[in-house]
Design a protein around this ligand. Structure first.
Ligand code: HEM
Length: 404
């Protein structure tokens, strides 16, 4: 151990949205602090790996994310899969504590702190068949329906195992991915990989909800850990091995940014239902702020609805979808150019929920048909994973399933 206090999961939960606490300065990676370098480094912030819930769900999105899916190699049995999850969990716990992860990282994070590293593991439907566990596959992991407009690339979708690595430093995130990939050799083969980013801590003088690549303040009306029904919306209560876990729906959503940016701001705002400058709802008048509640019934002086019938926040709202809710925790991507010169950029959308049938599915069904924003979006890849609860010290993620 480095002697640096971990940010307890409880502390993070209580302070979600306010940013992560920062540990003491120094430690194995820091070397000797010079007289000029006495302020705590943001890189020293850490999130404990072990605990009742996996990290990377309720914590504020880090500056960088790496998503990777793996397929179990033919002939891999339950023992080998369990060994991989044991090795992955141990390496993730070490790296989250700021210690070397093991072989395969190439030394690229040697002098960096943990940078709030979280590693989240998920199980795809295929894992249950391959390991002879089909009878233990939870109903909530049933294949999602096809949605209008979907053009999902199978090579970049699904997978038996999912790893989400978040960190406030790109080298730390890539290092963790390299370590986990090395550990998977001989047991699981990489299937697809995606990298994303969100706002860097300290980038704004005024801490606020981050923006996506359409320039919108994105994440305002997410369920919040302090809401009384937060856990019921986000965390599963069963089956036994999934109690306290969650279901992650992933989508790579490309944005038609050149078309979007050619729209005047007021048109962009009508398509979302919120002001671009500060995220305030269009139902709130000029004095509204980001946190002013959305009023879907409010009318403009001309008698029309202040939030348009096809505005994204109206179509996506729980009130329009029988109460369906999810915790969105997406990241932007910007991966170069397409053949036609357009940016290959958009949102790595992630939604965590207790059951996709009462979260993502009804909302996306409605969005795909009636959301004004969706004319500027292309859903290109997707996946659904069961994200088991966290592992206690000495245990590993998925142990009750794989050894049960
Ligand atoms: C690139 C695609 C998307 C963009 C740019 C986007 C953008 C936004 C923005 C700017 C907001 C308003 C601020 C907020 O409350 O967070 C919002 C709200 C929301 N979005 Fe999206 N979104 C996208 C895709 C999706 C998808 C695929 C879903 C779910 C299927 C979804 C569900 C929601 C929900 C539930 C809300 C909150 C509505 C409310 O209760 O006020 N969004 N989104």
């Amino acid at each position: 151990m480095t002697g640096i206090p971990a940010v307890s999961r409880r502390a993070v939960l209580g302070g979600a949205g306010a940013g992560l606490a920062v540990g003491a300065v120094g430690g194995a990676w820091g070397g000797r602090a010079s007289a000029r370098e006495t302020r705590p480094s943001p890189g020293s912030a850490r999130v404990a790996f072990h605990g009742p819930r996996q990290g990377g769900i309720v914590e504020p999105a880090q500056a960088r994310v790496e998503w990777a899916a793996f397929d179990l190699l033919p002939g891999t049995g339950r023992d080998r899969a369990a060994g991989l999850l044991r090795d992955w969990s141990a390496a993730a716990a070490r790296m989250a504590a700021g210690e070397p992860g093991g072989d395969g990282g190439g030394g690229i994070a040697l002098d960096a702190g943990p940078n709030s590293l979280t590693v989240t593991f998920g199980f795809g439907a295929g894992l249950f068949d391959k390991l002879g566990l089909a009878d233990r596959r939870p109903p909530a992991l049933a294949a999602l329906p096809a949605f209008p407009g979907d053009a999902l690339d199978p090579a970049r979708s699904d997978g038996d195992l999912w790893v989400q690595i978040g960190a406030d430093d790109a080298l730390v995130a890539v290092h963790a991915l390299r370590v986990l990939r090395r550990l998977a050799a001989g047991t699981a083969a990489p299937r697809w990989q995606m990298a994303g980013f969100s706002r860097t801590p300290g980038a704004t003088a005024r801490p606020m909800t981050g923006r996506n690549l359409m320039g919108q303040v994105d994440g305002t009306n997410n369920p919040r850990p302090q809401d009384p029904d937060f856990a019921a919306k986000v965390f599963a209560t069963g089956p036994d091995w999934m109690a306290g876990g969650s279901y992650a729906v992933l989508r790579r959503i490309r944005m038609l940014l050149d078309d979007w940016e050619s729209l005047p701001t007021d048109r962009q705002e009508r398509l979302v239902g919120r002001r671009k400058s500060d995220g305030a709802p269009l139902s709130g008048g000029p004095d509204a702020g980001e946190r002013t509640p959305v009023d879907l019934a409010a009318t403009a002086p001309d008698g029309t609805l202040a939030i348009a019938p096809d505005a994204h926040v109206r179509v996506a709202a729980p009130a329009s979808n029988g109460g369906a809710a999810m915790l969105r925790r997406g990241f932007s991507f910007h991966d170069g150019l397409l053949a036609d010169g357009a940016p290959d950029a958009g949102l790595l959308f992630a939604a965590f929920q207790a059951d996709p049938a009462h979260g993502f599915v009804p909302v996306q069904q409605r969005l795909a048909r009636g959301d004004g924003l969706s004319r500027f979006l292309r859903h290109e890849a997707g996946a659904l994973f069961a994200v088991p609860p966290g592992a206690p010290e000495g245990g590993y993620v998925g142990q009750p399933l794989l050894e049960g």
